[in-house]
Design a protein around this ligand. Sequence first.
Ligand SMILES: C[S@@+](CC[C@H](N)C(=O)[O-])C[C@H]1O[C@@H](n2cnc3c(N)ncnc32)[C@H](O)[C@@H]1O
Length: 272
Amino acid sequence: MPSSPSEPRSDVDLSVPSAARAYDYFLGGAHNFAVDREFADQVLRIAPSVPAVTRLNRSFLRRVVEFCLDQGIRQFLDLGSGIPTVGNVHEIAAQTDPACRVVYVDYEPVAYAHAKQLLAGHPFATIIQADIRAPEKVLEHPDTRRLIDFSQPVALLMVGVLLFISDEDRPAELIAAYRERLAPGSFLAISHIASEQAAPELQAEVGRLVDAYAAADEYVHVRTHAEILRWFEGADLVEPGLVRLPDWRPDNLVEQKSVAAPLGYGGVARIP
Ligand SMILES: C[S@@+](CC[C@H](N)C(=O)[O-])C[C@H]1O[C@@H](n2cnc3c(N)ncnc32)[C@H](O)[C@@H]1O
């Protein structure tokens, strides 16, 4: 990884592409630079399914937030929140209850700067620039403590972020460190890139994507259903379990038929 947990990125190096800004480009956003677009176009040539999977992921996030709201959740901790784009958590949440609390966390300077600007003056939502591999820093941050009441249920969102956490960074322990702070009735949501269910051609695309990101110093870790499922141990997976992204409480038949559907899993569990 290009930074250590104790030193979140604070610079914007315009000669180096960023995964956060490439993701924004794939979603059709405008918060990216020439270097990101060149990188993203190169990824598109070798892995054309990427924009489709980013949209499936973003759509999964929306359904998760709506589900959590239905369950009475009014506080959200969104780890690896990315550059603000259509369907930000606080916007979805505010449709149900404008007093929902949302803390976004990202270490990428552009994601942080844009979210900070977007949320300026917002009484109930903010972003902190931190590396999620340092859970104490996130959980003890003054803004987290100000907005999130950990004696009440929280939705912990790890959507499209654990793929950037290597096995050496012990994702299971990392998740546990956040989970142990959550009150009963909280929810843990995870989505992750995968390829085991994909046809060989799509698997090869994912392999090329991993290589392209590695060449740009961004390390993507593809994991299996079994590996991701283990992170939910001890919590109650809500129906339909850990499934392909568009199959999680679907509301869009077109998405379920997407060629990119086998490229990611998503699930939500209730903390007992
Ligand atoms: C693929 S985007 C996902 C954005 C959003 N969660 C979504 O699903 O639409 C991944 C984000 O995670 C951030 N990220 C990756 N590793 C991180 C880390 N260790 N600490 C904080 N943010 C991280 C990246 O900067 C990027 O903005």
